[in-house]
Ligand binder design. Structure first.
Ligand code: NAP
Length: 382
């Protein structure tokens, strides 16, 4: 429950190889300057700081290295920032060339402070890249029908390309009914069963992939981590993180094992992994002894632990014991500053993809209509 306070299950969003190609410039940039990670061997001789030059923005991003450790730090904050710049440039181009501005609608029900903060952050993130945001805030005692009515209106509104219902919803509402009501074309959270089903099926493409697991894979891509043929262990099997993360890794040709609360010998299984994605919600559960030397670790967990030295009285830690992991792994995401910042970046990316797709569909439909009227015209002429 404690970790619930800091979890933002909605808005998280992803694409199999979907958005990765769009950001290939950034990927190459990071690969070029950070260099590829060789998961089979740690990199003990790396300098403690790496300057990552972004030629397009002429800025330098610093990926800090762990002190007294061999692991490279996977800097989610820097990657998310770079992604937001890329998204912002694409949004401007879309607006200038075809007059389309991507729009994201967020529905918040109730007065949970954490949810209100997440919604505020999403709004700010949208503004920072030029995406329009629409917000509906309903009271805690609002009816399911009211929420469904707003979803239906947003489903039909062409200026809205993504709809996000902030979770959790009040207990009197049926979450499934509500999430199912979002049209899959605007399901930027990727939680609709049709999108998840397509993610699970070979030869099918989801329109959107949940943001947090998408962010995990994006980090692996941008740091040049080979996934194909690797052994991956995902710890946690939730609908919003663990399960879609496992499906994404499998789509990238990893051999995937899922560890959950009933798994026997989780340590032994995890130690076989070249890539570990942990989404459990248990502070420091994955110890150094669970990690194969040279593994790459993506820590999704966000867990508050008491810390009298912090002004807030607590600090946030991941599922993975960071200090121990730094000594064994080839690369690791910190908490905070790893997966967290990627989640909102992925939501923006999904909203942008949705706007582009909607425009392509509109143009496609127009072409068909023009063609049909041309054909009708030539029949009349005959
Ligand atoms: P969740 O719905 O509570 O799922 C937790 C999963 O972990 C479940 O599958 C559970 O197994 C498994 N688990 C629990 N205890 C375990 C143990 N001792 N050993 C092995 N597996 C265990 O949580 P979630 O929503 O996926 O979130 C997980 C963590 O990620 C949380 O800390 C959350 O705050 C964080 N999170 C971060 C972001 C972000 O943007 N960075 C986004 C979402 C979530 P069973 O299925 O058997 O119960």
């Amino acid at each position: 429950m404690a970790s619930m306070i800091f979890t933002d299950p909605s808005s998280a969003a992803a694409v199999h190889r979907l958005p990765f190609t769009r950001f290939s410039n950034g990927l190459n940039t990071l690969r070029r300057f950070v260099g590829p990670l060789h998961v089979s061997s740690p990199t003990p001789t790396l300098p403690r700081t790496l300057s990552v030059h972004s030629p397009r923005s002429s800025r330098f991003v610093t990926a800090s290295m762990a002190i007294e450790s061999s692991a490279k730090v996977i800097d989610g904050k820097a990657v998310a920032k770079q992604m937001r710049e890329e998204i912002s440039a694409e949004v401007s181009k879309l607006k200038e060339t075809i007059g389309v501005v991507p729009g994201l609608a967020v529905i918040l029900v109730g007065d949970r402070k954490d949810s209100a903060t997440y919604v505020r952050n999403k709004k700010k993130a949208c503004e920072s890249v030029g995406i329009n945001s629409f917000e509906v805030h309903l009271p805690d005692d609002a009816s399911e029908e009211e929420v469904l009515k707003f979803i239906s209106d947003f489903n039909g509104d062409p200026s809205v390309h993504g709809i996000l219902v902030q979770l959790p919803l009040p207990s009197h509402m049926n979450e499934q009914n509500i999430l199912n009501a979002v049209t899959i074309e605007k399901d930027v959270d990727g939680f609709h069963p049709l999108n998840i089903g397509r993610l699970a099926m070979r030869g099918r493409e989801p329109l959107f992939v949940p943001c947090t697991p998408k962010g995990c894979i994006e980090l692996l891509h941008r740091y040049g981590v080979d996934i194909k043929g690797k052994r991956a262990v995902v710890i946690g099997r939730s609908n919003i993180v663990g399960m879609p993360a496992a499906l994404l890794l499998q789509r990238e040709d990893a051999t995937v094992t899922i560890v959950h609360s009933r798994t026997k010998n989780p340590e032994e299984i995890t130690r076989q992994a070249d890539i570990i994605i942990s989404a459990v919600g248990q502070p420091n559960m994955v110890r150094g002894s669970w990690i194969k030397p040279g593994a790459v670790i993506v820590d999704v967990g966000i867990n508050p632990v008491e810390d009298a030295s912090s002004p807030r009285g607590y600090r946030l830690v991941g599922d993975v014991c960071y200090d121990e992991a730094c000594k064994v792994a080839a690369a690791v995401t910190p908490v905070p500053g790893g997966v967290g910042p990627m989640t909102i970046a992925m939501l923006l990316s999904n909203t942008l993809s949705s706007a582009k797709r909607a425009f392509d569909i509109k143009i496609g439909a127009l072409r068909i209509r023009v063609k049909a009227s041309d054909e009708a015209g030539s029949r009349l002429a005959l």
